[in-house]
Design a protein around this ligand. Sequence first.
Ligand code: FES
Length: 351
Amino acid sequence: MTVFHRLNIAAITRETPDAVAITLHVPEQLRSHYHYTPGQHLTLKALIDGQELRRCYSICSSPQDGVLQIGVKAIPEGRFSGFANTHLKSGDSIDVMVPQGQFGYLPRPGTRGNYLAVAAGSGITPLLSIITTTLQQEPESRFTLIYGNRTSRTVMFREALTDLKNRYAQRFQVLYLFSQENGDSPLLNGRIDSEHLVNIGRTLLDYSAFDRAFVCGPESMMDDVHTALEQAGMTADRIFTERFNTSAGGITASATERVATRFVLVQDGAEQEIEMSAEDDSILDAALRQGADLPYACKGGVCATCKCRVLAGEVEMGINYSLEPDQIEAGFILSCQSRPKGDGVVLDFDV
Ligand code: FES
């Protein structure tokens, strides 16, 4: 179900010239709706230039601290991120969906873990939440962060990371890489790519010693991290990635190859028949066009906010960066990335 609540903005902190941290005030009566686990994101909704836009942003705070905070970096041509960076101010209110997302880690007190985080730019946002919460709740665990940025001026959450280093000096270390600024070591000058990862693995870090790795950044960087870690002996099931921007294309069939059909969606226990035209890119688009109030955020196969379960019929899915193999096996699909393969499709959104 799509659940948005209007929340007040308690504070906006400028992190870098083009990024802010937004702290949201959750009133007592809504507290139970906004419980989150480290790594999850929030979807924000706003009317910008007459158009309703939704965007998801990762939570950077730790649930332990009783704070709900997201990081928003302005991206070129980014209407929502630009709006958040230049227009929003403390005291404003904004529509916020309840926390979503499967990326992350639930710390278990008593665990003695050795974890790696790799981030580029605003990819630090969910990782900061995971690192902070893990260091708080697993007193014997360690975290190493490799964090890439253009320059030291563009490092988001530098102060929060310094605080963590001071508080957990024996258990937390950060390697900063700068692509447009020379640091102390040539090893750390440049982007996080295969070459730098291999060199760091040879000289500074033993990747095989990490129990888990959490990665968030551009696709090419995440691919390079996967390769480097797997070559060092870490199995893929211990590497967890979060994508925000996708470069891939989406639904596979073009409009000319598609056939018009109908499907039934079940939401809040009620059935609604939806017509799917050849022009509709996805089940989600067809349903929204006909007035269904379905949950969605990224429309890019990343966030899984739009997921539903196929009860009958067959469905073709394009991009999927968020559903796990066992969820697909259980019949889950991303409605923003799927089209029915024929008549008789029934989809359950009450899942
Ligand atoms: S809306 Fe994000 S995966 Fe469909």
